[in-house]
Design a protein around this ligand. Structure first.
Ligand SMILES: [Zn+2]
Length: 78
């Protein structure tokens, strides 16, 4: 089950919650105040600072940006 991040406006905290894919678009209740909070988009993409100072995606160069390093669910080799 995917882990999603939510942001509570009232408490100004982020919290994570496991949710089924079918409910990914739904808000989640804050663990502190139970207010329904919108999901925030987590940044899963990994970046590295190259020798030139450029920030380049690790999975760049034709790779898949949707999957993490070490494994690509889209079938490309990383
Ligand atoms: Zn809250």
């Amino acid at each position: 089950m995917p882990l999603y991040e939510y942001l509570c406006d009232s408490c100004d905290i982020k919290f994570e919650m496991l949710r089924p894919m079918s409910r990914v678009t739904e808000d989640a209740p804050c663990p502190d105040c139970s207010q329904m909070s919108p999901r925030v988009l987590s940044v899963f993409a990994s970046f590295s600072i190259g020798g030139s100072g450029e920030v380049t995606p690790l999975a760049g160069g034709g790779g898949c940006l949707g999957c993490g390093p070490g494994g690509c669910a889209c079938g490309r080799s990383v």
